[in-house]
Ligand binder design. Structure first.
Ligand code: FE2
Length: 378
């Protein structure tokens, strides 16, 4: 069977199973002010308070706030002093993702299997204990300074992990319908996509399930290349982007310049009702990229065929729609969530489709370029 006619399920079946992954455990951001970042994600995105670690819980050098919505768990961490690796990270990159943590059954074996295949150690396996049980963790570096942590929590019943206390807040905004992390995209430098893809294949046992070259992803001005890497059950999907030559500066180059290195470009989070979720996020102040021109919606029936949703609310909110062999998907992208034009979020609702919205790339990139132009970076 040729690659083109294989379903995603058939493609990921080729992944190696030396690193079983149950899903994303958490995503940790290093930020300048974790208290305020946590407040923003509670207020604007509807995350709920879960756990806290800091001087009051015996952690002297940092403060961390854990928030959760559905299965999505985010951690915001700030160092207490300038002379600290977390402060160095924030100085160089601004607020951004440091850790993409994966939920595994065996953190010791995950470390052993990945490091023997060439993974660079970040954290040797350790067992943490408190009155709620024990949690095992280890970690390796991936692109840039980003880390994959392996978390084994089957013997742990506490709020998050030892060192953290349950965070009971009097401020609990309602959720916005976000369910789980669908995929996390990394931006890498020139000629770095193929080595990064090979790293995911060799070290993590992932497979490449989808590829786009600069002929497919381009606008009048800029271009990029992308390859989607997945583990064997599809619970961990990491697309990798590399800039490509265009008339003007690619959005990936802009990211690399302002993040000052390779790193996480966007986190896609799933919902079962994208219209309701996006209306709620907008009402709470989350900023989205501008809607594509009216022609995009006028041609929708022709391009994607029948869908369950009414077009008018999609058009009003600027939600994009794409179809593949297995179904369709709805998606929309926020503006960067920091002042540096780096990390942003994608809200996605899948209705059968397992792909990533390639049919929307042109409309999406033109919208991003309008923002780049406003920043003077196109
Ligand atoms: Fe995406």
């Amino acid at each position: 069977m040729s690659t083109a006619t294989q379903t995603f399920a058939e493609k990921i079946a080729k992944a190696q199973d030396f690193l079983p992954i149950n899903g994303t455990d958490y995503i940790e951001f290093y930020v300048g002010n974790a208290k305020q970042a946590a407040h923003f994600y509670k207020t604007a995105f509807g995350f709920q308070s879960v756990a806290y670690a800091g001087p009051e819980t015996g952690v002297r050098d940092r403060a961390s706030y854990v928030v959760q919505q559905g299965k999505i768990r985010l951690v915001f961490t700030t160092a207490m002093k300038s002379n600290h690796p977390i402060s160095e990270h924030v100085k160089l990159h601004g607020d951004g993702v440091k850790v993409l943590a994966l939920w595994v059954d065996d953190a010791y074996k995950a470390f052993e299997e990945t490091t023997k295949r060439g993974g660079k150690p970040y954290l040797e396996p350790i067992t943490l204990q408190d009155e709620h049980g024990e949690l095992k963790m280890s970690g390796i570096f991936t692109y840039g300074e980003t880390v994959h942590m392996f978390i084994e929590r089957k013997q742990y019943k506490g709020a998050f992990m030892p060192g953290y206390e349950k965070w009971e807040s009097t401020y609990n905004p309602t959720d916005t319908g976000l369910l789980y992390v669908d995929h996390c995209v990394g931006n890498v430098g020139w000629n770095r996509m193929l080595p990064t893809v090979k790293w995911y294949e060799d070290v993590m046992g992932f497979v490449n399930i989808l590829s786009f070259d600069d002929k497919q992803i381009n606008t009048e001005y800029s271009a990029l290349m992308s390859k989607v890497m997945s583990n064997g059950n599809g619970y961990a999907k990491f697309p990798i982007n590399e800039p490509a030559e265009g008339k003007k500066k690619s959005q990936i180059e802009e990211y690399l310049e302002f993040f000052e290195g390779e790193g996480v470009q966007h986190i896609a989070v799933a919902t079962n009702d994208i219209v309701k979720t996006v209306k709620e996020l907008k009402a709470r102040g989350v900023e989205f990229l501008s809607a594509p021109p009216n022609a995009y919606y006028e041609m929708m029936d022709e391009r994607v065929g029948k869908i369950d949703e009414a077009i008018a609310p999609l058009q009003e909110l600027g939600i994009l729609v794409d179809r593949d062999e297995e179904g369709y998907l709805l998606q929309i992208f926020t503006k960067p969530v920091e002042d540096r034009p780096t990390l942003f979020f994608e809200i996605i609702q899948r209705k059968g489709a397992q792909s990533f919205g390639a049919g929307n790339f042109k409309a999406l990139f033109e919208s991003i370029e309008r923002e780049q132009a406003k920043r003077g970076n196109l």
